[in-house]
Design a protein around this ligand. Structure first.
Ligand SMILES: Cc1ncc(COP(=O)(O)O)c(C=O)c1O
Length: 388
């Protein structure tokens, strides 16, 4: 029997980043000498006080279903934390704890979109945003240039109902200046668009003063802005799958209903572990990891700096260098990256995954040795490809 599958789901592209990481792992398992600069996760163990809190939860039998939007202790801690961070009042009812920030994004997007709604996605975007919008029946639209107030107003004029922001950005590590963020916030305030601010890298910033936020300039946007974050990147907890969102009561309620009918609740054990993180039980470990990332960023940038085929801006956040390949203007980055993996055993992510053909993303969430070896292999590949 021929089955008719969902046309919407069939139109989605597989996650290029997960696919490439999987291919690199497979090659490594088969005995190839592989260096991976493709990871989107810290390479440190979860800090001991957090892991211990998870183990305690198992020992204490906290292993049943929880409230679908999360244990009250964690929701309250998140509300307290973010109210202080943004100087805005959020309560536990504004918080939904999900299976990772990714799941929180899906809940919010699905709760806000009606069929055919247009959603503005600044480029380069995180790989999953367009597919999340499409899976929810929406249509992703992209600014002509990098995001700026004019592009926002134009998109709203052309019918966009929502906007996704992500600073520091994956893939570029970009953090906007205060003036830029103020301009963006003012432009949004002139429209009716809702906003989802994906702040998952908010604690991985290497400049003074952190990342400016639209809510710092326009707190009244709180009524139509949802903030998404989580413990995955900051506390090296990607496998525990805990993220959270803060939104107005109705939006949070809808996200919670959707979550209740799709996954019930996030893992009970992970929630207790995340509570230890959010309550600040691993701040020294967090700071150590942060310092390591800063040093690795400096190392990677210094090694790449005199490579004339690469052009990049030093990232101010996250753990990625996003570089343009200047030697080849017609570049198909997907085949570039698979040839790089085949010939040199180096895994990096093609810019096409982020809507930026001609770029590659190198992760510095890797050891110093891997960063050195990875850059050496990339240079060798570039020289062979363009100067042999
Ligand atoms: C921009 C961005 N948002 C969200 C996520 C998802 O985070 P989580 O692992 O908590 O689902 C990632 C992970 O790579 C990311 O890079």
């Amino acid at each position: 029997m021929l089955m008719n599958y969902s046309r919407t789901i069939m139109s989605l592209s597989p996650s290029a980043t997960l696919q490439l990481s999987a291919k690199a792992k497979e090659l490594k398992k088969s005995g190839r000498d592989i260096v991976s600069l493709s990871a989107g996760q810290p390479d440190f163990p979860t800090p001991a006080p957090i892991a211990e809190a998870g183990i305690d939860a198992i020992r204490e039998g906290k292993t049943g279903y929880t409230a679908s939007t999360g244990i009250p202790e964690l929701k309250e801690a998140v509300a307290r934390n973010y109210s202080a961070r943004r100087n805005i009042e959020w309560k536990a009812e504004n918080v939904v704890v999900s299976n990772g920030a990714k799941h929180g994004l899906v809940n919010l997007i699905r709760s806000a979109i009606n069929p055919g709604d247009r959603v503005l996605l600044p480029k380069p975007y995180w790989v999953s945003y367009p597919e999340m919008v499409k899976a929810s029946g929406g249509i992703p639209v992209y600014p002509k240039e990098s995001i700026n107030p004019e592009e926002i107003v134009t998109a709203a004029y052309q019918g966009a109902v929502g906007l996704l922001l992500n600073y520091p950005s994956n893939p570029s590590g970009c953090v906007p200046s205060e003036d830029e963020m103020k301009g963006i916030a003012d432009a949004i305030a002139d429209t009716d668009m809702w906003v989802i601010s994906d702040d998952i890298y908010e604690d991985l910033v290497y400049t003074e003063g952190g990342t400016p936020h639209i809510l710092d300039y326009r707190p009244e946007l709180k009524e139509r802005t949802a903030v998404v974050s989580g413990v995955s990147k900051t506390y090296s907890m990607t496998g525990w799958r805990i993220g959270y969102s803060l939104a107005n009561t109705e939006w949070s309620k809808l996200s919670g209903v959707l979550q209740a009918h799709s996954t019930s609740n996030p893992c009970s054990i992970s929630q207790w572990a995340a509570l230890a993180a959010v309550e600040g039980k691993a701040e020294s470990e967090k700071n150590e990891m942060h310092n390591s990332f800063r040093k690795r960023r400096d190392l990677m940038c210094s090694l790449l700096l005199d490579e004339k085929d690469l052009q990049f801006k030093r990232p101010e956040g996250a753990f990625y260098v996003f570089s343009r390949l200047t030697a080849d203007t017609e570049l198909d980055t997907e085949s570039f990256c698979s040839e790089l993996l085949e010939e040199e055993g180096l895994a990096v992510i093609p810019g096409s995954a982020f809507g930026a053909e001609g770029y590659i993303r190198l992760s510095f969430a890797a050891s110093d040795d891997d960063i050195r070896e990875g850059v050496k292999r990339l240079r060798r590949f570039l020289h062979r490809r363009y100067f042999a």
